[in-house]
Design a protein around this ligand. Structure first.
Ligand code: HEM
Length: 454
């Protein structure tokens, strides 16, 4: 990848002890990386726990071993920063929690943590159920829907109310289009052999600017509305607007905007994908669906569900967990070495890029026998306890672990159970391909028939 403006810089040396992935002269695995990133990483996973790809002259290490992943994300976390690829999202996310590093990251994490504390989360459960009921109410028996789109609209509405204290349903198409444009622009930038600074009017940069403008319009409106009200309404935005440093200064609109944009990107698309993949697997596994219906009937019956029901619903939790094992919405995490660092038996040189391939780890047959089979029973409390925790890491690990993991699990379980209680959806595809944008989604969506709803 050529250019002085590229965030990807070749480290001074390679870790020659790491087995290389066969590739073409000069460009190595770059073409495959552009065309089929998932397939390439799957093949890398077959070569061993850590494999070296070559993207032109840049080495990239794919890690599919839970112990090595734990070392990178937890034990040696201070020796790494986030992947340089994330820089392409900077116009969108700025210095939000996902992209911030060092002291800024620590400060922002502390600032946001209270918003995700269990006491605060408990209040969100009712919104989650309510928005699910609204979504189900919009369906008609015999209607054909795209589950992927429906889940996006629903989780965006939930994010709108819980995080921004606003009704953003009417913004859903604009937000979905903006986020998709931004993600496609980022992927093009990461995989392009030509790296030029953001000020260059390349089509992908123009697309990113358009995406940022579309989303900024929504986000700055939410901030202005929040400032006008000026009280803590229980949502994340009003808390951020009232937050003060020790010296009494608050956050600027730009700082709040970065966090809001980050939460919008990180907080609704991932959960929507987890729900879509859950439906996909339920469509392929009627026995699992029947047991889910039975659990919901026994615990909840016909009444409106609440978060207090969840501890009595292990099968619901296991279905969501197993869907995220096979189809982790955040399917990989990138890191760059800040210094020479030893991982397992390998000396990884400073500035090397590593990809912790979550999907590869989740599909190892020594961690999960018959890994391609959808078996929620392996996610029930007993087998879960018997397994090393770090074999399953849909939310990452260490200091950069997902801040919204409890929020996401509660949301996914409440939404899935409420939908199953009130509707019968029949996914029309039993085999869909996964499309790796920043998150993993079904390519072309997930068409389904509404067989019943009430
Ligand atoms: C099923 C849903 C979700 C999945 C699979 C998921 C996955 C992840 C993963 C793997 C990371 C770590 C990234 C890394 O280490 O490079 C992460 C970070 C993050 N997630 Fe989530 N996430 C989900 C839902 C959410 C929700 C609902 C929110 C907010 C409401 C959220 C906000 C964030 C933020 C802000 C970070 C950055 C944390 C930091 O760096 O300190 N996520 N997520």
């Amino acid at each position: 990848m050529a250019s002085s403006t590229s965030p990807f810089t070749a480290p001074a040396s390679i870790a020659s002890s790491v087995p290389p992935m066969p590739g073409l002269p000069l460009i190595g695995n770059l073409l495959e990386f552009r065309r089929d990133r998932l397939g390439l990483q799957d093949r890398a996973a077959k070569l061993g726990p850590i494999t070296r790809l070559s993207l032109a002259h840049i080495p990239v290490y794919v890690v599919t071993c839970a112990d090595l992943a734990h070392q990178i994300l937890v034990d040696e976390a201070a020796s790494f920063k986030k992947s340089p690829g994330l820089q392409f999202l900077m116009p969108l996310l700025g210095d939000g929690l996902l992209t911030a590093e060092g002291g800024t990251h620590k400060r922002h994490r502390k600032l946001l943590a209270p918003a995700f504390a269990p006491k605060r989360l408990a209040a969100y459960g009712d919104v989650m159920v309510g928005e699910t009921l609204t979504q189900v109410a919009s369906w008609r028996r015999g209607q054909r829907i795209d589950i992927a789109q429906e889940m996006m609209a629903m989780t965006l509405a939930i994010a709108g109310r819980t995080m921004f204290g606003a009704d953003v349903r009417r913004d859903a198409p604009r937000v979905a289009e903006g986020l998709e444009l931004a993600m496609r622009s980022m992927i093009e930038s990461v995989t392009s052999p030509v790296q030029l600074g953001y000020r260059w009017p390349l089509p992908r940069h123009v697309r990113m600017r358009r995406a940022v403008a579309m989303l900024d319009q929504v986000v700055y409106r939410l901030i202005a509305d929040g400032r006008r009200l000026g009280t803590d309404r229980g949502d994340v935005l009003s808390m951020l607007l009232l937050a003060r440093d020790e010296d009494g200064t608050g956050l600027s609109d730009k700082q709040v905007r970065d966090e809001v944009m980050t939460l919008m990107l990180a907080g609704h698309e991932t959960t929507a994908n987890a729900l879509t993949w859950s439906w996909y697997e339920l469509g392929r596994n009627p026995g699992v669906l029947a047991r889910l219906e039975q659990e919901i009937a026994e615990v909840v019956g016909d009444r409106r569900m609440t978060a207090d029901d969840l501890p009595a619903m292990p099968w619901t939790a296991a279905v969501v967990d197993e869907a995220m094992r096979l189809h982790p919405p955040a399917y990989m995490m990138g890191r760059q070495a800040l210094r020479d660092v030893t991982i397992g038996a390998h000396r990884i040189p400073e500035r090397s890029t590593l990809l912790v391939y979550i999907r590869g780890i989740h599909r190892r047959d020594d961690y999960f026998p018959s890994p391609l089979a959808f078996k929620p029973e392996r996610m029930l409390p007993e087998p879960k306890k018997a397994r090393p925790r770090h074999h399953y890491l849909p939310f990452g690990a260490g200091p950069r672990v997902c801040i919204g993991s409890h929020f996401a699990l509660m949301e996914a379980q409440l939404c899935l159970a409420t939908m199953v209680q009130r509707a019968r959806l029949r996914p029309l595809s039993t085999h869909v391909e996964a499309e790796p944008l920043i998150t993993l989604r079904p390519r072309g969506g997930l068409p389904a028939l509404v067989d019943d709803c009430r």
